[in-house]
Design a protein around this ligand. Structure first.
Ligand SMILES: *Cc1c(COP(=O)(O)O)cnc(C)c1O
Length: 224
């Protein structure tokens, strides 16, 4: 796509986000994390040139490669994928702005140990498996608040900022909506939570209407 065509295309996505957030309230601000996992560094630069700053990757090695390649730009990197224990050090080397997918107390304790050794902190979101799907990571909704509190108490180097969830895998809008509502209720119940990360290309308007204030957009933003 030509640059002007590309800008019109992005403007359209932003208009959709605007319309959805205004349905909630004029004060409801939604942050867009551009998920660049299917995209090249050149495509990231194009999006940066029209004002996008926050980018997300779901593999530690891809995040590292792109962060190094685009080191000259003041980008804010988000890690949105699931983290294997043997990749913790690699992730901490990159020092991402936010890790969205903390999915167990055990991983929290591992991260705490490594962060403490480095005398560092990390901003994280607790991933919730709101629709209780086998295929998804995350803590069960009924355990989420307890685990959230326990991490706050036991992992001082982890700064919990809120929750993250992937909408239910379903054709039925009511089922997806219910999964977002479940996540939002947990978000409201967790003390100090300010970020509710939910909504992707196929369901971001619904997620915003259910209270999301951070959406992770890949295919719809990069025209994939
Ligand atoms: C890939 C991915 C996204 C973006 O997906 P799209 O449907 O392309 O918008 C969002 N969140 C996570 C966790 C992802 O892995």
């Amino acid at each position: 796509m030509q640059n002007t065509e590309y800008k019109l295309y992005i403007d359209n996505v932003i208009r959709r986000v605007e319309a959805a957030r205004l349905k909630v309230s004029a004060y409801h601000i939604v942050k867009i994390v551009a998920v660049s996992k299917y995209s090249t560094s050149a495509e990231i630069e194009k999006l940066y040139a029209i004002g996008q700053r926050a980018f997300g990757e779901n593999k530690v090695q891809d995040l590292k490669a792109k962060a190094v390649e685009l080191d000259a730009l003041p980008l804010e990197w988000h890690f949105i994928g699931n983290l294997q224990k043997n990749k913790i050090n690699n992730l901490l080397d990159i020092n991402p702005a936010l890790f969205h997918a903390l999915d167990s107390l055990e991983l929290a304790h591992e991260l705490q140990k490594k962060l403490q050794a480095r005398d560092r902190t990390l901003d994280v979101l607790l991933q919730i498996n709101s629709a209780k799907e086998e295929s998804k990571h995350g803590v069960l909704p009924e355990l989420a608040c307890g685990i959230y509190k326990q991490i706050q108490k036991e992992c001082p180097n982890l700064h919990l900022k809120g929750v993250m969830s992937i909408g239910a895998h379903s054709e039925d809008k009511a089922v997806i909506k219910k999964s977002f509502e479940t996540t939002y209720e947990i978000f409201k119940a967790c003390e100090g939570a300010t970020i509710c990360s939910m909504g992707m290309s196929g369901d971001f308007e619904l997620a915003i209407e259910c209270g999301s204030n951070m959406i992770r957009l890949g295919s719809v933003l990069f025209n994939k």
